[in-house]
Design a protein around this ligand. Structure first.
Ligand code: ATP
Length: 206
């Protein structure tokens, strides 16, 4: 599963629809300070489900995520909608089996001011968790160690063993399995509680 194309519209400084082709080999983005190079990496994290205000450089708290929407300039009014689409090349069929019929997978995230984010996979609305699992199974995601932002190298060197373990688990592609294990454990607990209740009801009716 390869990243093939990133499309942005209304995201941070990218007010006009913008397309970044990610070709085989190395893709370089060059430009003067403040032109939006880091915003591109943030768009990539964001479409993969990033919710951390700090790593997106937006205000913490409720409506902080609205800060990813183009805020306007002296010459241009602000926008109320931001959208990022990521095209994944699935010709090698590396995506989970449910996508076996798809040569290309389109992941998109949109945000309306004051209304929060919506996600879709190939045009079908999905939950944040579905997007996160797709990337976790492919050993990538918004927290992938392959996305190295400014200051990240020092942070990894100073990380606690538990945090380093998380990095290794993400790199090995098992963090998706951990999420599923936690879900299965919760379901087992709920089933246990139901069995206890059933016992009580049966004893009461004897
Ligand atoms: P450097 O080389 O200095 O690291 P850069 O090319 O990585 O810079 P970014 O940090 O990606 O640049 O972009 C910063 C620019 O994005 C700033 O000009 C800032 O005003 C603009 N920007 C950030 N959020 C928004 C927003 N919501 N609306 C409009 N512009 C925004």
């Amino acid at each position: 599963m390869k990243f093939a194309k990133l499309r942005l519209s209304g995201f941070k400084s990218f007010v006009e629809p913008t397309e970044l082709l990610i070709r085989e080999g190395l893709t370089g983005v060059v430009g003067p300070n403040g032109c939006g190079k880091s915003n591109l990496l943030e768009a990539l994290r964001w479409v993969m489900g990033e919710s951390s205000a700090r790593s997106l450089r937006v205000a913490a708290g409720g409506s902080g995520m609205d800060d990813v929407i183009f805020a306007g300039t002296a010459k241009r009014p602000s926008r109320d909608l931001a959208e990022v689409r990521l095209m994944l090349d699935n010709r090698a069929r590396r995506a989970p089996a449910e996508f076996n019929a798809d040569e290309e997978i389109e992941v998109s995230r949109a945000i309306m001011r004051g209304e929060g984010s919506t996600y879709s996979l190939n045009g079908r609305e999905v939950r944040l968790k579905d997007v996160q699992l797709l990337f976790a199974d492919a050993a990538t995601g918004a927290h992938s160690p392959a996305l190295v932002s400014q200051g990240r190298v020092a942070a990894i060197i100073n990380a606690k063993p538990q945090e380093r373990r998380q990095l290794l688990e993400e790199a090995a592609g098992i963090s998706g399995l951990n999420v599923r294990r936690r879900e299965a454990e919760l379901r087992l607990k709920a089933a246990d509680a139901n069995l206890v209740r059933l016992d009580d009801v049966m004893q009461a009716s004897e």
